[in-house]
Design a protein around this ligand. Structure first.
Ligand SMILES: NC(=O)c1ccc[n+]([C@@H]2O[C@H](COP(=O)([O-])OP(=O)(O)OC[C@H]3O[C@@H](n4cnc5c(N)ncnc54)[C@H](O)[C@@H]3O)[C@@H](O)[C@H]2O)c1
Ligand SMILES: O=C(O)C[C@H](O)C(=O)O
Ligand SMILES: [Mg+2]
Length: 607
């Protein structure tokens, strides 16, 4: 199915797309307990003008719609035409105006007709991902209280303590497979946005549907509103969240505990992705729940895998064998949940390569936070960062708290990787210092989101650090024109290349926990996906157009790792024995087959 979806991208010829529409297999029926206008107002079942006349008769819709039946393909074309004319009419207007207008038109379709929404999203993922996901989703969160029209997902607040076990049954779906949960405390690089952070779980789950084919009737975005420390929001009369400071300590944890218990009581196998929690709670909750529930933290674990794939790709891009990874000097800027997650995973990989010698593995990794280079001299060092603090004797010529530019000038690193949330800190001086890197092809990853928080722009990276670099950014940038017909390739180093496959593989394996082995398999799959030729051109990750394909591969790798680690309990008709006997190719086929794809199903009414 993904192959077809992949073909049906925005630049595909009309005739090819037509063929795709007409040859799609006839979908199975869908049982519905509603009739008449209740169906038209339910985006899961609504087909707008697409209801065939027989179905209109069966479902009490006759007379509630204009008489002409419009095909799915015509509806699709009509939406795309209005989208393209909005694009034309807003040309030249500021980014925020244009992208919010695009988000609104997509959101209205989402509210009205989910099948059509997900079809246009899948077919035009390259154009629409920057609208429903990073970076526009950041702008949506910042303006959420003003943009709010209809609720989406569930909201559990500090005021709901003691009620969550019953509240969870208010969700109308019988089954939920995938939940993305946030407390809004660190939304992208935008800080504490309180209840407005709900936009992030919604955007991540849209990517789950588009990339992993998770059935949208089985997803649930969740906001845990425990207050906010954002003074501006607390004073905003339109703010829709609790107007109180954030809960702390045991009070905070008791809310998250209650939510996790409630969710898993109703849906014991639901996978919970923790997203955009401030660092202290990101690590604490991961440790607290990962052995008890099926959950992972995307910012720590998903990001780490994507970054590791980028780091290994960088070694290949230099024409070196992977074993040379142990010789790369890597400077990570940002010692938060993402930066530490990346270092942890990179050091695990380095350690395996250097015969389980963790000290040697850490040798060439350096970490900076807002106070500069982290060394053992640091007072009040965060325990999570402590294992990466440098001995002063190992960083000769540098001091505790050395600035980024000092560090780059002195160390001449192979890789500079930013997860600081601070826009522009890879400034001209820092980037020019990277020209002196010991690498023939230095790598610069400006991974912070959204665009204005990226450590540098793609254009500046190529301009100041030189045309020979490998570049990746968390938010999308256009490829850079280097003159003489040459281009600088921009990789989108974003966890979107892994989290959908981690969720999908876990779901289809029926695993009850997500192990390090499953996460490592996901990272290795992404790292080995690109051909040598692509890597030589600085292309470290696949194009987002093929995200369904890479997600099927990642999902299969995760599933196989779950089987190997004996945590796969099976899913649906595929029990643990069947899963165990699948070859690699069969596993990929099984995963692809189980990806949901949007087509109108015949609706059958049942009382
Ligand atoms: N591309 C991706 O897939 C991806 C994934 C996760 C997070 N991120 C981005 O990474 C950023 C950080 O996320 P996080 O969860 O680690 O946040 P965090 O708040 O936990 O950590 C931020 C870290 O940056 C450090 N920092 C702040 N100012 C700095 C400066 N001037 N110089 C050096 N370090 C500085 C802080 O001391 C802290 O250690 C966010 O912008 C987020 O959007 C991107
Ligand atoms: O949301 C993203 O685009 C990536 C990441 O999870 C982040 O927090 O920035
Ligand atoms: Mg995140």
């Amino acid at each position: 199915m993904w192959r077809l979806a992949r073909c049906a991208s925005s630049n595909l010829s009309r005739s090819l797309r037509r063929r795709f529409f007409s040859t799609a297999a006839i979908p199975g029926p869908c049982i519905i307990h509603k009739r008449g206008t209740d169906i038209l107002h339910d985006p899961w079942f609504n087909k707008d003008t697409g209801f065939p006349l027989t179905e209109r008769d069966r479902l009490g819709l006759r007379g509630l719609l204009p008489p002409r039946v419009i095909s799915f393909e015509q509806q699709y074309d009509r939406f795309m035409e209005s989208y393209r004319s909005l694009e034309k009419n807003t040309q030249g207007q500021p980014y925020s105006v244009v992208s919010l207008a695009k988000w609104r038109i997509l959101n209205r379709l989402h509210d009205r007709n989910e099948t059509l929404y997900y079809r246009v999203l899948i077919d035009n993922i390259k154009d629409f991902a920057p609208i429903i996901y990073t970076p526009t989703v950041g702008l949506v969160c910042q303006n959420y209280s003003g943009l709010f029209r209809r609720p989406r997902g569930m909201y559990f607040s500090a005021k709901d303590k003691g009620e969550m076990m019953s509240m969870i049954y208010n969700w109308p779906a019988q089954q939920v497979d995938m939940i993305v949960l946030t407390d809004g405390s660190r939304i992208l690089g935008l800080g504490d946005l309180g209840v407005q952070g709900i936009g992030i779980p919604i955007g991540k789950l849209d990517m789950y549907v588009a990339a992993a084919g998770i059935n949208p009737q089985r997803i649930l975005p969740v906001m845990l509103d425990v207050g906010t420390n954002n003074q501006k929001l607390l004073e905003d009369p339109l703010y829709l969240g609790l107007r109180q400071p954030r809960l702390e300590g045991e009070e905070y944890l008791s809310i998250v505990d209650e939510f996790m218990e409630a969710v898993h009581t109703r849906w014991p196998k639901a996978i919970v992705q923790f997203e955009d929690f401030q660092m202290k709670w990101a690590f604490e909750t991961l440790q607290r729940y990962r052995k008890r529930f099926c959950m992972f933290n995307d910012d720590i674990q998903g990001t780490a895998g994507v970054a590791l794939a980028g780091l290994l790709g960088t070694v290949r891009a230099q024409g070196l064998p992977l074993s040379d990874f142990v010789n790369q000097k890597i400077v990570v800027v940002g010692a938060g949940s993402a930066g530490l997650g990346v270092l942890n995973m990179a050091i695990q990989a380095l350690s395996r390569m250097s015969g389980n010698n963790e000290t040697a593995a850490k040798n060439k990794c350096y970490l900076l936070d807002k106070d500069g280079l982290i060394t053992k001299e640091r007072k009040n060092i965060d325990p999570a960062a402590a294992p990466f603090a440098k001995d002063l004797k190992d960083v000769e010529g540098l001091r505790e708290g050395a600035s980024l530019v000092e560090v780059v000038k002195k160390l001449k690193p192979h890789v500079l990787l930013g997860l600081s949330g601070v826009g522009g800190i890879f400034n001209e001086e820092v980037l020019k210092a990277m020209r002196e890197s010991d690498s023939t092809k230095p790598a610069i990853f400006a991974m912070s989101n959204p665009t204005m928080n990226a450590e540098c722009t793609a254009a500046d990276a190529f301009k100041y650090a030189g045309p020979n670099i490998v570049f990746g950014s968390g938010s999308p940038f256009e490829d850079v024109d280097l003159g003489n017909g040459k281009g600088g390739h921009v990789n989108q180093a974003n966890n979107m290349y892994l989290f959908p496959g981690i969720g999908l593989g876990t779901l289809l394996s029926g695993a009850h926990i997500i192990t390090d082995g499953m996460l490592q398999a996901a990272a290795e799959c992404l790292a080995s996906y690109m051909t040598d030729e692509e890597i030589q051109h600085g292309i470290l990750y696949p194009s987002i157009d093929s995200i369904r394909h890479i997600t099927a591969e990642v999902g299969a790798a995760v599933l196989r790792a779950a089987v190997e680690e004996d945590v796969a309990e099976g899913h649906g008709e595929a029990g643990p024995r069947e899963l165990k006997h699948m070859s690699k190719a069969e596993t990929v086929a099984y995963v692809s087959r189980n990806m949901w794809f949007p087509v109108y199903s015949p609706l059958v009414h049942e009382k």
